[in-house]
Design a protein around this ligand. Sequence first.
Ligand code: HEC
Length: 109
Amino acid sequence: MQQKKWVAPASADKIVNPLKGDANAAASGKKLYKVMCFVCHGPKGKGDGMGGAGLTPKPTDLTSKVVQAQSDGAIFWKITEGRTPMASYKSSIPEKKRWEIINYIRTLK
Ligand code: HEC
């Protein structure tokens, strides 16, 4: 069964990315993506990772318009909160590292 579309609260749009446009941060985020996200979201973020194949819903295509059209703050909020079957990364990935991953996700579009 498909879950309801995942929408971040409007307040999340106001969270400012302190690393916006920082390419070094994106490079560092790529490394972390490989360790933490690749298994489900796949090598290029297409949502085709091996670990995601049996999940419902499927891991989201992070290169898609649906994701890329969201604010950095909204994406940050989702990575922070998680939603089953994706974990919350609030305590396992420090805030700055979460922003680095977002900078990397922005290079995937
Ligand atoms: C266990 C597999 C798994 C892992 C690991 C995982 N995700 Fe996800 N992710 C999912 C699934 C499944 C969804 C869809 C959840 C939903 O729509 O309810 C999702 C959704 C998302 C979304 C929301 C897309 C949207 O707007 O609807 C983002 C952003 C995201 N993941 C980023 C990440 C990042 C960054 C990491 C690594 C830190 C990560 N994910 C690790 C499975 C995973």
